[in-house]
Design a protein around this ligand. Sequence first.
Ligand code: HEC
Length: 298
Amino acid sequence: MRLLPHSIKWKIAIFILIIGIAEGLAVAYMTYKEEVESAVERTRERIQTALAFTKAARGYVRSVLRPRIDQLISRYSCIQEDFILEAQSSSFFAGNIFRAVGEEMPDFRLRQVAFSPLNPKNTPNQMEKKIINYFRQTKSDSYEGIETLNNQRFFIKASAVKVKAKCLRCHGTLSAMPASVKEIYKPSRDPQWKVGNVQGGIFVYVPFETILLKAQIQGIIKGLVAFVVNILIVGVILVLLNRYVFKPVEVLREHADKISRGEIDDEIPIQSDDEIGQLGKAFERMRVSIKKVMDLLK
Ligand code: HEC
């Protein structure tokens, strides 16, 4: 069985086509890999920025807002509350800022969690527990990686929350806790955070599948473009070959056929000066010689 056709034209076309497909696939694959890498890198930078903002917001509450409002509360007895959640809880404050930022970066999610939390919503899930334990065991205070939660993969960056003495005012015992905090969260027992302990973590989540999907789409688009460009190049090469090689060869073959049948009167048309033109000229000289001999024989 023959795999390749007789015609050189089609052999070349098939050959270039196979190279085109291989190149399209290679470009698609390389683009995909590059896109994934650069998407991960971009995400990492964006998470870094998000975490930096979160930490800055927390720091601002702790060092500026909270002391200032404490001062006002103690100075003006007309203020009923002993604690103003919206301005004095760094977690509450940072969480709200992050939600607002989330409108710009909808993929991003922030979770501030701790064992024995004030707000039950901030109880660590299985994966967060694992990472908090990792902080405890390794003494490192940040973590970055791809983790699976509820069958979905996330790109995660986390930093450890270490307890300081001043945290105990609200996260220590019920008796020390501001009445307003008790009223809002109604804790049933002392949170009992211990100074120096890694109590929780701040987690930024970005779904990894969306990163992958974008990279896949880019890979497919660029691979297709490479493939189409290849097909166009193949087309142009075939048109050129047809015009300068295959057509003139066909004309020569027709005339050689005629000569072989004894029809030697038609002059062989020569259109070019290239290798095929030279071949044509040689044929023409041969035809003229044969004609002379035939005329002599008559
Ligand atoms: C003046 C009170 C107050 C102080 C002091 C305070 N927090 Fe909080 N913290 C809160 C409140 C209120 C919440 C719950 C916010 C919410 O509903 O998300 C909270 C929540 C948190 C959470 C999320 C887990 C949870 O308990 O719900 C972390 C983590 C946290 N705080 C860390 C700290 C650290 C670390 C310090 C000390 C550097 C600190 N906090 C000091 C009031 C305080």
